[in-house]
Every structure is written in C-alpha cells, then in structure tokens.
Design a protein around this ligand. Structure first.
Ligand code: DHB
Ligand code: MG
Length: 220
C-alpha cells in the first residue's frame, strides 16, 4: 500500500483497515504531499483518510460555499473540491505567501482554479469581514490552534442554521488530555475550543475519530 499519511499514520490496525479498504488518493495529491516536503514546509497536511472524510462531509451537507482556514499546499481544499457541486466555491486562507504559491500551482494543475480561491491573509481578518448573508455552508479550521476559540465565535456568527463547522486536530495526537496547566498554548487552544463547541447552545457537535481527529458541529 502507498503511504497515505503525511502527518498522521493510523494508530491502530482497525484504523489501518478502514484506510486500506476505503481511501484512495489521487496521484496529484500524492505528488503534492511529496512537493510540500521537498520545499521544506512542514508535512502537517491532513492524512488522506481525513481528506476523504472532508469530501464526504461536503457531499453529505451539500455545501456550496466553503471557507478553509489554513491552506498549506491546498491538499485538503483539493480533497473537498472533489465533492463540490458544479457551482460550488472554496475560499482558502493562508498567511504564508510561499505556501499559497504551492497551493495555486497544484490547484491549477488539478484544473480547479475556478472552484478554489487562495487568499493570502490573516484568517481572523477574513473571518471578521465575512457576511452571514453570503450563505457560507461549511467552515474548515486547520491553521493556528491558539485562536481556535476566536474562530469558533466567528463561525457561529457566519454559518447559517444547518451549516457545518469542522476543525482538524481535535486530539492533538493525544495532547488534548494534558493538564491545561502544563499544556502548550496550541493544545490549550484545542482544549478550550472543544469544550466551548461541546457546551455551545448554537451547535450540535462531536469528535469523529479519523486521523488526528476532527471536531464537527452543525449550526443550530
Ligand atoms: C500540526 C498538525 C496539524 O494538522 C496542524 O493543523 C497543525 C499542527 C502538528 O503536528 O504540529
Ligand atoms: Mg491540521
């Protein structure tokens, strides 16, 4: 079997089984993972099975307008775009210009330039400016973890009822169990985000145990 994982190899035989049976990665996406490494970027894009799950969530929800926070090389955006309807659009926000350039290259090569717009910006600036009237269906959070609680607040404002909030790294490779007093700032961000999402009167939510685990909330 090809290595489909990048940052997150399966932790159990059962997770490996699910991957082997269900997950197929495009050659272009495999090339993108290799190129991400070759350019010296951290290989922290989602594993293929999380990409596959993201595309399923797009399909299930029928999302047409998606915003992604944290593009890296466009790997997860390209996975999501597979399930996008004809008129669907993804706006993906990346702070680092050289990462955005890699993403644009591969989005072009995938023939998805019309569907996926890469914005070089700070995610918070973009989210704050977003108008709920524009009909955002799905928000995927996969950038810095410290500000996750702030991203949650904006997502609650932006998403319409039935809209989906999805966040990668819900378990932080197990560090989410660290004592918050000892945890690193990113882990504390994830801990606070998970608790706030779970307690929010505005979302029905759960963690889906795929990859480094994905928190999913449906806007009420
Ligand atoms: C790491 C992994 C991620 O998927 C991410 O979004 C951010 C950081 C990490 O392993 O450090
Ligand atoms: Mg991630």
């Amino acid at each position: 079997m090809p290595d489909l994982n990048g940052a997150g190899p399966p932790r159990t035989d059962l997770e490996r089984y699910a991957e082997e049976v269900f997950v197929r990665e495009d050659p272009l996406l495999a090339e993108l993972r290799a190129e991400t490494l070759a350019r010296g970027f951290p290989a922290i894009q989602v594993p293929a099975r999380t990409g596959h799950l993201l595309s399923l969530l797009v399909r299930i929800s029928g999302a047409r307008r998606i915003v992604e926070v944290g593009t890296l090389g466009g790997y997860s955006a390209l996975w999501m775009s597979k399930a996008l309807p004809e008129t669907g659009r993804i706006l993906t926000v990346e702070k680092e210009p050289d990462r955005a350039e890699l993403a644009r290259e591969f989005i072009d090569r995938a023939g998805r330039r019309e569907a996926i717009e890469v914005a070089v910006a700070d995610a918070m600036d973009v989210l704050i400016d977003m108008d709920p009237q524009d009909g955002w269906d799905l928000i995927f959070l996969d950038a810095d973890k410290e500000r996750l609680p702030l991203y949650l607040r904006e997502s609650e404002r932006i998403l319409h009822p039935g809209g989906l909030l999805v966040a990668d790294n819900a378990f932080r490779k197990g560090r989410v169990l660290d004592d918050p007093g000892d945890a690193d700032p990113d882990t504390r961000g994830v801990q606070a985000f998970n608790r706030a999402l779970a307690a929010s009167p505005h979302f029905d939510a759960m963690i889906i145990p795929v990859g480094d685990e994905v928190a999913v909330g449906v806007r009420r």
